[in-house]
Design a protein around this ligand. Sequence first.
Ligand code: T46
Length: 140
Amino acid sequence: MRSINGVVRQIQLPQVRDPRGDLTFVEGNIHVPFNIARVYYLYNVPVDAERGGHAHRDLEQVVFALSGSFRMKIDDGTNKTEYWLRDPRKGLYINRLIWREMDSFSQGVVCMVLASHPYDEADYYRNYDEFIVAVNEGIK
Ligand code: T46
């Protein structure tokens, strides 16, 4: 997978294998490049749902498919790419000012997100044109 300007990249977590089952763990500032201020997860997602459709002013996140799979379409205002998330050990790090859209959810998918800040609606760009202006002006 290629990264976008170094601000979207895959993060691989440790895996402790055991006949009783595998264990993966994550520690802030060690496995992800920020203090983890919030964890949230998506579940009961219809397979034809479309989520995301926004960017963040300051928020950094790492997104995981803990179970099942989905697609993340990523746009930094210049380049677009997409990632398929399907491995609970592999997260997608997404820095600020990245537009993301999620779709193609598998049945029973569970998506977990680690975030650098508490929830704040004021941190969102939910309008694509405003996002592009922010990218071009280098503002938050
Ligand atoms: C992203 C993808 C993966 C809260 O009250 N607290 C929270 O922590 C979050 C994330 C959301 N909400 C509320 C705000 C909205 O009323 O839940 C509702 C849906 O939130 P949102 O439109 O942000 O959901 P998604 O799934 O479209 O996007 C979220 C993240 O916002 C986004 O950054 O990358 O999950």
